[in-house]
Write a protein that binds this ligand. Structure first.
Ligand code: NAP
Length: 237
């Protein structure tokens, strides 16, 4: 189960997890043509719907349909997020509210609903929660202080939840990508992109495909003893 699978990193994850043989469920507010094509090509293995991650009733309803179709949830990835770039002094209330509502409240509600279903299902298979953070939570970045605060909140959430759910056999980790070339970062000025690329050891910004291997690890058998971790994937930023 992946939130925000219509584009960017979420879409790359949907593609990858389908290719590794998983059944996949995802949602976003508006969907996308590429996701529709993927659903048509993987009939019966990809469930995609449109709703807002802040709507807990909609998430609950979707989880019920996932249970009917696939039986249970093994892995949940809280990926959906929004970013409003700008110095704090000019950031509007509605921009702050939207980042907190989607990136923190929405992600927490999404994970809670998934975990409720995981706990209700018979244990046995490897189960995990992965929240998508960002390197800015630790490194900081001018113009992204509120966004960074939401990601730092998620990392704290993941560490505590890992301790809470470890005894139940559910692993909880965060992944912290560096800057990726997606819609979310499209408002970054060219000058700032060039500066980020220059100070990155690998000399470039990331692509969504650069991140899927780390999520593959955290949601797979190889990551079976990893929990409470924040895994940075940033090209050596
Ligand atoms: N891009 C970067 O530089 C970067 C760096 C580090 C971490 N990240 C993190 O990586 C994750 C994916 O980012 P991305 O770059 O792939 O972003 P993106 O291209 O903007 O995609 C975001 C996805 O989330 C969905 N979404 C946004 N708000 C939603 C809401 N209220 N309810 C349901 N779905 C919602 C979007 O679909 P709709 O708009 O249709 O709802 C879309 O599918 C995020 O957690 C982001 O913070 C990104």
């Amino acid at each position: 189960m992946i939130s925000g699978g219509s584009r960017g990193l979420g879409f790359a994850l949907v593609q990858h997890l389908l290719a590794r043989g998983d059944n996949v469920a995802t949602f976003s507010r508006s969907g996308s043509a590429v996701l529709d094509s993927l659903a048509a090509a993987h009939a019966g293995r990809l469930l995609a719907e449109k709703f807002d991650v802040t709507d807990s009733r909609a998430i609950g309803g979707f989880l019920g349909r996932i249970a009917d179709r696939f039986g249970r949830i093994d892995h949940c990835v809280a990926n959906a997020a929004v970013a409003h770039e700008g110095v704090l002094a000019t950031t509007r209330d509605d921009e702050i509210d939207s980042m907190l509502a989607v990136n923190v409240r929405g992600a927490i509600i999404f994970v809670r609903e998934c975990v409720r279903q995981m706990l209700a299902a018979p244990a046995g298979s490897d189960r995990s929660v992965t929240v998508v953070s960002s390197v800015v939570a630790e490194n900081g970045s001018p113009g992204l202080s509120v966004y960074a605060a939401t990601k730092a909140a998620l990392e704290g959430f993941a560490r505590s939840l890992a301790r809470e759910l470890g005894p139940r056999g559910i692993r909880v980790n965060a992944i912290a990508p560096g800057f990726l070339e997606t819609d979310l970062s499209s408002t970054l000025p060219a000058e700032q992109r060039a500066r980020i690329a220059r100070r990155t050891a690998l000399g470039r910004l990331g692509q969504p495909e650069d991140i899927v291997g780390a999520v593959d690890f955290l949601t797979g058998k190889a990551g079976g003893f990893s929990t409470g971790q924040v895994l940075k994937v940033d090209g050596g930023g």
